[in-house]
Ligand binder design. Structure first.
Ligand SMILES: Cc1cc2nc3c(=O)[nH]c(=O)nc-3n(C[C@H](O)[C@H](O)[C@H](O)COP(=O)(O)O)c2cc1C
Length: 355
């Protein structure tokens, strides 16, 4: 029997775009990392791995068609891990088995979602309060997955008090890849990310670990890798702000000059996003609202006072909205200015949805 087929062996992970480099993965983001956004990112600088938005699993759930399309139709050539959120063992097994009929890189379990309506049902981040439940769920999913089984988790619910016990279960159930968002559920997206505890996971579990939380630039990604010793980084909100980030991370690792976008490149990205958000029958005002959700992040790199964000949020008509984009991104000589590599301090994104 080869080591790869023994029951205890971990499954090898897909190669990154540049073999031998540290991996950069796009974090799963509900209502963001859908098929059009995945394709758009591939144009700007493809991540090594994709993760889908979560499939909700309960007694009468079916796999959501639009998320499945992001697995089957992305055409980027990169591996896609499909994320599940739920807690009922039989239904989680059913969903995991069904998913494996599609070309996924692995089944990923969400153990981090901090939305109260989710964690109150003991799913997502709520699972972190119940070690026995996590044991049962990881065991069942491991049995149900012939291929890779990965987990994305936070440090704990209120405190990282169950962290070590859960890391022990990650080892026990031979999870193939672990992503750690270095905050507790109660922290939501605020406060410091504890990279030392991410490092602890890397030392504690046998599988590769992706470090997640506030990787705001390629340079920051490299610092986080040094601090945690992880196999790679997972990037969420900063990939919305800066879709070139995965390309830059590869350039940095290979010692090449980094592509540094100008404000006119950002203006083009805004147009591409607008196209990507088109849906048959979708009224402009709804498309504009979704657009603003993305621009919330992009605006963090446009001007240090957040004036673009303020004006962009006020625009209620499509023409006015694009007028604001022109005014801050290409008017006069602005187009030739650099887009900030890091978000400006104090310029808040105020997203309207969380994980
Ligand atoms: C709008 C939004 C939606 C998210 N949806 C999910 C999700 O479906 N599943 C998940 O595991 N995490 C989700 N997250 C959390 C991210 O995957 C990531 O852990 C978090 O944003 C921290 O990484 P970052 O600082 O690079 O953004 C979401 C985050 C945001 C901002």
């Amino acid at each position: 029997m080869s080591p790869a087929s023994t029951p205890t062996a971990l499954r090898p992970l897909p190669e990154p775009v540049v073999p031998g480099q540290a991996v950069s993965a796009l974090a799963p983001m509900q209502d963001v990392t859908d098929l059009p956004f995945m394709r758009l990112l591939a144009k700007y600088g493809v991540p090594d791995y994709y993760f889908t938005e979560f499939f909700r699993v309960h007694s009468h759930s079916t796999l959501e068609r639009h998320i499945l399309e992001s697995v089957t139709d992305h055409g980027t050539g990169r591996p896609v891990f499909a994320q599940l959120i739920g807690e009922e063992l039989d239904h989680m097994e059913r969903a995991a088995r069904e998913l494996q009929r599609y070309p996924i890189a692995g089944v990923d379990l969400n153990m981090g979602c901090p939305a109260p309506k989710i964690y109150k049902k003991c799913v997502g981040g709520g699972l972190l309060r119940d070690v026995a439940k996590v044991d049962a769920l990881l065991g069942r999913l491991r049995e149900s997955c012939e291929g890779r089984f990965s987990v994305k988790m936070r440090l704990g619910f209120e405190e990282p008090d169950n962290y070590d016990a859960i890391l022990g279960l990650i080892e026990k159930h031979r999870v193939d890849l672990l992503s750690v968002h270095g905050r507790t559920v109660k922290q939501m997206y605020r406060g410091e990310v504890d990279y030392n505890l991410i490092r602890h996971a890397r030392e504690r579990v046998p599988c590769p670990v992706l470090a997640n939380g506030n990787v705001t630039s390629a340079l920051r990604g490299q610092e986080v890798l040094q601090q945690t010793g992880c196999f790679g980084v997972m990037i969420g909100r900063s990939a919305i702000r800066n879709p070139w980030i995965f390309r830059q991370f590869r350039e940095l690792q290979s010692g090449q000059a980094l592509f540094l976008p100008l404000l006119r490149d950002v203006r083009q990205y805004v147009d591409d996003l607008w196209e990507a958000l088109a849906r048959p029958g979708l009224e402009d005002r709804f498309r504009l609202n979704r657009m603003k959700k993305f621009l919330n992040f992009i605006g963090q790199g446009v001007d240090p006072d957040g004036a673009f964000l303020k004006d962009m949020r006020r625009a209620t008509e499509v023409a006015a909205f694009f007028g604001v984009c022109d005014r801050y991104l290409i008017q006069g000589a602005l187009g030739a200015q650099r887009f900030a590599t890091e978000p400006f301090p104090g310029v808040e994104a105020r997203p309207n949805r969380g994980d």
